[in-house]
Design a binder for this molecule. Structure first.
Ligand code: C5P
Length: 306
């Protein structure tokens, strides 16, 4: 049986403006996405009986099953494979093995990333030869962040986040990523934002020109002051200790720091590796987060390894 493996990065939102709740329950957003080099891998092995299965491991040796990821039909990678099979009229099945590095329910689109990698790996293992346009439209049906994770880099997202256009960004940025022990549910965070906004008029979302200008300048110091996230107040309302994590990172001299997407992961922009070590040390010794890693962005989106 043939096997194909794809790797896919995590994403953060450098800016995330959220509009009012739509009739379909989603919110229009205007966001600037960036991929970071924290990668999951999805290995797809074709199976003749039409079944689609998934296993998720957190360790390189693939000995330990990941406790926090569902492996049933609601797993987004399984849904991605099933949807692609329907669209392409494929009857072959697939065994998916995910090697998980991206935090689960962390606001870094780990589930969406695995869906994007699954589309790329299944396109190869089933020898479909589908182009980007078909994969993009399947991706958009699966989740708001999936199209961006197929593309990667730095991009503006509108609609639910699924309409992507590349953003001009100079250089590479170094981030410190502080994860939390327990995830947050994205629908819960959006619902909390609606509750907090109940008595005010929410404007249509816009990407601020300032963040795009900062990206074109390639200056981390400039970009650091421009990071914004409308979901941050909702994530902090549900998880007040995130304020402490942000205060520690910013107090340690990070150029900027925000909750990533719907949280609870917090990300801090730093000048270079040494600055990253200083901020990481302050965060790790503060005990306000579960784990701290350094990462770089932007990087390419879901790509075939073999
Ligand atoms: O698109 P995705 O399945 O990742 O979205 C998960 C949930 O997050 C949605 O069901 C919705 O509650 C919320 N969401 C939203 N507006 C968006 C994106 C997500 O309300 N633009």
């Amino acid at each position: 049986m043939t096997t194909s493996t794809a790797r896919v990065p995590a994403k953060i939102n450098l800016a995330l403006a959220v509009g009012p709740r739509r009739d379909d329950g989603y919110h229009d957003v205007a966001t600037v996405f960036q991929t970071l080099d924290l990668h999951d891998e999805v290995r797809a092995t074709a199976r003749p009986d039409g079944q689609i299965t998934v296993r998720v491991h957190a360790d390189v040796d693939e000995q330990v099953e990941h406790a926090d990821v569902p492996t049933g039909d609601d797993n987004l990678a399984v849904r991605a494979a099933r949807r692609l099979a329907e669209v392409a009229g494929v009857e072959t099945g697939v065994d998916l093995v995910i090697r998980k590095v991206i935090p689960v329910a962390g606001g870094m689109a780990g589930g969406s990333a695995d869906a994007a990698a699954t589309l790329v790996a299944c396109n190869a293992v089933w020898k479909l030869g589908l182009g980007r346009d078909v994969l993009d439209s399947v991706a958009a049906d699966l989740g708001s962040d999936v199209p961006f994770l197929l593309h990667g880099g730095t991009a503006v997202g509108t609609g639910r986040g699924e309409r992507i256009s590349p953003a001009l960004a100079r250089g590479s940025y170094r981030w410190v990523v502080a994860t939390a022990a327990e995830g947050l549910s994205t629908p819960d965070v959006y619902a909390e934002l609606d509750r907090l906004n109940a008595h005010r008029e929410v404007p249509d979302p816009q990407v601020s020109e300032d963040v795009l200008t900062a990206l074109r300048s390639g200056s981390p110091a400039e970009l650091g002051t421009m990071l914004t996230n409308d979901l941050q107040k909702a994530a902090i309302s549900l998880r007040p200790e995130l304020r402490d994590t942000l205060d520690v990172g910013l107090g340690a001299g990070a150029l900027g720091g925000i909750v990533s997407g719907s949280g609870p992961t917090c990300v801090f922009l730093v000048h270079d590796e040494q600055h990253g070590l200083d901020v990481s040390f302050a965060l790790a010794s503060s005990l306000t987060c579960a784990d701290v890693v350094q990462a770089r962005g932007p990087v390419p989106g879901a790509r075939l390894l073999s």
